[in-house]
Design a binder for this molecule. Sequence first.
Ligand code: DLL
Length: 445
Amino acid sequence: MIQTCEQTAAGFHPASAPDYIPLPRMRELQSSRLRKIVERAYSRVELYRTRMDERGVRPEDIQSIDDITRLPFTYKADLRNTYPFGMFASPMSDVVRLHVSSGTTGKPIVVAYTREDVDVWTNVMVRSFAACGINHGDIIQNAYGYGLFTGGLGAHYGGEAIGATVIPISGGNTDRQIMIMKDFGVTAICCTPSYFTHLMDRAMELGVDLRALPIRVGVFGAEPWSESMRRCIETGAGIKAFDIYGLSEIIGPGVAIECPMHNGLHVFEDYFYPEVIDPVTEEPVPDGEEGELVLTTLSKTAMPMIRYRTRDITAMIPGECPCGRTIRRIHRVGRRSDDMFIVRGINVFPSQIEAALLAVEGTLPHYQIILTREKGLDEMEVQIEVTPEVFSDRIGALEELNRKLVHALDRTLGLRVRVRLVKPNTIARSEGKAKRVIDRRNLDE
Ligand code: DLL
């Protein structure tokens, strides 16, 4: 464990964490870490070396954190183009973990961690839990998915390190989640906010009153949610709901967390340096104004990310937080500047869907994606036009095609979705950009 937090048998004391250090000291820490990470990235990763050379920037030009704007940006496409290991700055023998997240088409993106990176991740998750009032003695039901998704293992390591009891239940099987929550005296849950609202609905159907259970905290993230959803969760389940933000490319969950003030998310900027820029001009925007979040990992060894364009839209919140943390805050992330959307915590790009659909014979390149929320759970229906021959064929042929498409989408997205085959010319044509995604989920419901 990186020794920036005080860990004792009695639990975690956040007061000693960098969350509270004075700004000038934070700037010094960030500057020294940035110098090292830029040197590492330049000397070990071809993409960074080429980009910096093209800009005429040498590692020694980067002396303080204010020099960061001289560095080139990094994009999701860079990770895809260097698939699988081209962005690694450590030999594979030092890499102890790999995770995978969806790319825009075809291949996913791969992220790597050394032992030290996993320790940093654990450290920020410990500080995240502490900010939500979770500590030694708590029983955490970790319903984020375990596996290639970073949610499960990220929360797991942090929960154990803070001294809580972690139940690695992963996602799904809602009735069992409710039984365990009740029988094990769970005090905190980690999952996507939409899954929790589904769990609340199911508990109601089963006659379980969540407000009467010991559960008191929820740590919700991996997808956008709203203040009204928070109110619905807090009153319906009798818990305090906290927003946690993160992305695989940077570390996973634990890039930023709400504190009990519930007024923005504190970024763990001793490890992840935030900038907010205008996505078109690429210039920084003033605090308080919306723009795209750009993050630099200040200590990641296996896969440093320099000025990574997250595509998430947010704003830096000016001023100090009454909670006493000095690390800066961002507004909750409500939307993105690209077309990625999130279904049940899984990132989906329309381009992935298009590639999967059109690889199946009998389909036409006219499709539409309809998103709804039923009983708190995201549902996705893909409507696609099929050729006149297929459409006038036997029912059996249509069913067979439907099955193939469901399977192709499942294989590409890792999600089971509904497919509806429609006649040629059914889907509205657009004069400009095709409107592929119709999102009828109301975050405020
Ligand atoms: O979703 C990591 C995570 C796991 C975060 C568990 C929080 C809790 P990815 O699958 O790589 O990683 O997806 C990252 O999800 O760029 C945002 O667009 C979105 N996202 C993550 N957290 C939030 C949040 C994980 N709290 C992408 N609010 C990010 C809004 C979020 N969007």
